[in-house]
Design a protein. Structure first.
Length: 109
């Protein structure tokens, strides 16, 4: 089976907080490793560790999940991801609901 190597969107839903490393570094690696000759949209959602967005229960759950290495998001903050998008002059949009960020970024090749 041959896969079509051309695409115009990449979805990263509820996976980034499970990958070791900072969310902005992981997205940068993904963007740099996607070899596509077309412009595309990168979109997704991820659980953040912004303490001001957490309830007591979600804070305890994140501590538990990070301690047991199910999550790796102790350094995943909304302002770091948004700043990464700004620094790279991406056209982006995001919405934060609770301690989850939903985002899309236009990648121009």
């Amino acid at each position: 089976m041959k896969l079509n190597s051309e695409f115009n969107s990449v979805g990263l839903n509820y996976v980034l907080h499970c990958i070791p490393g900072r969310i902005e570094n992981n997205i940068d690696s993904i963007i740099n490793n996607l070899k596509n000759k077309n412009d595309y949209i990168l979109f997704g959602s991820s659980v953040l560790n912004d303490t001001n967005l957490q309830t007591r229960l979600s804070r305890l759950e994140l501590i538990y999940l990070n301690k047991n290495k199910v999550f790796h998001n102790t350094n995943d903050y909304s302002y770091n991801l948004i700043n990464y998008f700004k620094i790279n002059n991406f056209n982006y949009n995001y919405k934060i609901i609770g301690n989850v960020i939903l985002f899309y970024v236009e990648i121009k090749i």
